[in-house]
Design a protein around this ligand. Structure first.
Ligand code: SAM
Length: 247
């Protein structure tokens, strides 16, 4: 039997039937061609899933039956990925791969040495709504129930001031003095880990000093220099593995 498709439906889930939004009904009918009674999963984007069967109701559709499954498809550790914005649509892949790998919040960073500027509000809005669409598609495709949050782009300094990251904070930096992830001991089983990845031109001395003052550990991904959009998913995958979350 094939794996049931996942649909996003607004929560909180209550009662026996979860109504699907119009766009999801269209997808179920026209793209996936699901028939009455086919198995399907609804997720609320906040960590709850229901598996039931499709019931068409006039122009709408609902998933009926099943009971709530909390934390469906989610890792046991909340990972924040603060990654420098890249030009064009390269950051889309950071959002897509990060979501597939289990990131729970994204913080796009404006690096001091970075080339990306976000001073046009209309273009920023368009960018953020595209990222949100990418994250939702990746959540459904990877069979998660949490839609990662996506913050407005900010500098590293604001990130430390506003989000006050809890748990270990790992800054990925190819310099001497960075330790290999395999040599890193993370205290106990952290609930939350923050990962920081820089822009193509790397971090400024000021940003490195700031991160050091905020207790970040500097981590190396080996001798080869990866592009930002490669380094981000590699860092997430390795940390998830390190914490036993890829089992
Ligand atoms: N010339 C830049 C430098 O020396 O930092 C290279 C920046 S690299 C293209 C973009 C970002 O990816 C870096 O700021 C870092 O966060 C991450 N990165 C890439 N390769 C890495 C490596 N081998 N070890 C640790 N981080 C790496």
């Amino acid at each position: 039997m094939s794996v049931p498709p996942v649909f996003r439906a607004p929560g909180p889930f209550s009662g026996d039937a979860i109504d699907l939004p119009e766009s999801e009904v269209k997808h179920a009918r026209k793209v996936l061609r699901l028939r009455e009674g086919d198995r399907a999963i609804a997720v609320d984007g906040c960590g709850v899933a229901r598996e039931g069967s499709i019931e068409y109701r006039g122009n709408g559709a609902a998933i009926v039956g099943g009971s709530d499954i909390h934390g469906w498809g989610e890792p046991e550790v909340a990972v924040t990925l603060a990654a420098a914005l890249s030009t064009n649509d390269k950051f889309d892949s950071v959002i897509q791969k990060g979501t597939e790998l289990g990131v729970c919040s994204f913080q796009p960073l404006i690096g001091e040495k970075g080339k990306v500027r976000v001073d046009d509000p209309a273009r920023l809005r368009a960018r953020l709504s595209r990222y949100a669409r990418v994250a939702e598609a990746a959540m459904k495709q990877s069979r998660r129930s949490v839609l990662p949050t996506l913050a407005h782009p900010m500098t590293l300094e604001c990130f430390f001031a506003e989000s006050r990251p809890t748990g270990p904070c790992l800054l990925f930096h190819p310099g001497q003095g960075s330790v290999a992830l395999s040599d890193l001991t993370l205290p106990g089983r952290p609930d939350h880990v923050s990962l920081i990845v820089g822009p193509e031109s790397g971090f400024s001395d000021n940003e490195l000093a700031l991160a050091h003052d905020h207790g970040c550990q500097f981590v190396s991904l080996g001798a080869r220099i990866l592009r930002t959009e490669t380094a981000s998913p590699v860092a997430v995958a390795l940390v998830m593995h390190h914490l036993g979350q890829l089992r």
